[in-house]
Ligand binder design. Structure first.
Ligand SMILES: *Cc1c(COP(=O)(O)O)cnc(C)c1O
Length: 376
């Protein structure tokens, strides 16, 4: 078994046995962040205890959360008309909170259906009593592309889309221009992977475990002016205003997850050099991997239409399910983990989020060529 470069090169004995992680989520975290967490685990910021043992009412903890909010805003270039919130319940709770707040009592809301996650969001909106409808869908084509023509309702309260389809490996490269209603997006699997122009958006949500941190934290960007238009009288934890007014400290927030996400954000800013640089790195990684797929003479087949290909989740098939099984098993033996497709579609998927290194991708490309030589 060949150990990944990362393990072989490093002086840290603790890296022995670490693998290249292509998990869809929870997913790879940057090594410098894990090392920092490890170095601070017994005594965080001189408190004499770990971050997990601190009260969320402690000044240092509150300051850490506010710092993380400010860092996210400055990375994205957001002004004071935006608020960053730290919630729980995953992206999936947002599927309900959004319609409960903004399309109550049958109010119209438009959804773009690009696969599993947008379909779940749409169905949840119906359960919540929203007048939800699909403005477009790529279902007839197995969700292999991002639709570009949409039939929006005249009075929609919002237009909802999923910026990156984690399962099918498709991603919006640009969002609808001059939309007739404000945009809301689930950006769980490409949040902070590229710069964003959010001028047409009022809310963005992301489960942290794909690209930003540990599971248990959901990051929401929301315009307080929009949140103020939400339905009144909802239970506190379902009302965005509760989090806005309390700086996400109405009840106990997921402190450890916020802390790790905060370190990831600082890593993007200080070690990567910001979102434009992050996007350049991500584009280059994806281009090399898609290049390997397209150059394989049909042995590996990308499942997404080239114009809709995701830079985060590279989905592909092999000539047979037997070969796919062997590919995944041998990959694992070679220290390449998490290459299985989502359980709803099968096949192979390499999730190459921010924290997945060039060496990881190159190691995968080398393995793919090797596997083809032996089995092609
Ligand atoms: C993973 C994922 C979800 C589900 O997230 P949870 O935090 O598990 O609820 C929703 N949307 C997208 C795009 C995802 O990738």
């Amino acid at each position: 078994m060949t150990l990944p470069e990362q393990s072989r090169n490093d002086a840290h004995a603790s890296l022995e046995g670490r693998v290249y992680n292509f998990n869809g989520g929870p997913a790879a975290l940057p090594l410098p962040v894990l090392e920092r967490v490890s170095s601070e685990i017994l005594n965080w910021r001189g408190t004499g205890m770990s971050i997990m043992e601190n009260s969320h009412r402690d000044k240092k903890v509150a300051a850490m959360a506010l710092e993380t909010e400010e860092d996210i805003k400055s990375l994205l270039g957001l002004g004071d008309d935006w608020k960053v919130l730290f919630l729980q319940g995953g992206a999936s709770l947002q599927f309900a909170m959004i319609p409960l707040n903004f399309a109550p009592d049958g109010a119209p809301a438009d959804y773009v259906n690009t696969g599993l996650w947008s379909d779940k969001a749409y169905k949840e909106a119906l359960i919540c009593g929203a007048g939800a409808k699909f403005a477009s869908s790529s279902e007839a084509d197995n969700f292999t592309y991002i639709p570009t023509s949409h039939v929006f309702s005249p009075n929609a309260r919002y237009i909802y889309l999923t910026s990156n389809n984690t399962v099918r490996g498709t991603e919006w490269s640009s969002f609808p221009a001059s939309p007739p209603a404000p945009l809301i997006a689930d950006m769980s699997s490409d949040f902070l992977s590229r710069p964003l122009d959010l001028k047409d958006f009022v809310l963005v949500h992301a489960g942290a475990q794909k690209n930003v941190g540990p599971a248990g934290l959901t990051i929401v960007l929301v315009k307080p002016a929009f949140a103020a238009t939400g339905k009144k009288g909802l239970p506190h934890l379902l009302d965005y205003r509760t989090y806005i007014e309390s700086d996400s400290m109405y009840n106990t927030p997921p402190v450890f997850a916020i802390y790790v996400a905060g370190l990831v954000v600082k890593w993007i800013r200080d070690e990567i050099g910001g979102l434009a640089r992050m996007a350049t790195i991500n584009r280059a990684k994806a281009a090399r991997l898609y290049g390997a797929i397209d150059g394989s003479g049909g042995f590996y087949r990308g499942t997404a239409r080239p114009d809709s290909r995701s830079l985060m989740n590279v989905t592909f098939r092999l000539p047979s399910e037997e070969l796919e099984k062997a590919f995944l098993e041998e990959g694992k033996k070679n220290g390449l983990c998490g290459l299985n497709g989502h359980r709803s579609v099968g096949g192979a998927r390499a999730s190459i989020y921010n924290a997945v290194t060039d060496q990881a991708v190159d190691s995968l490309i080398g393995f793919m060529a090797d596997f083809q030589r032996k089995n092609g």
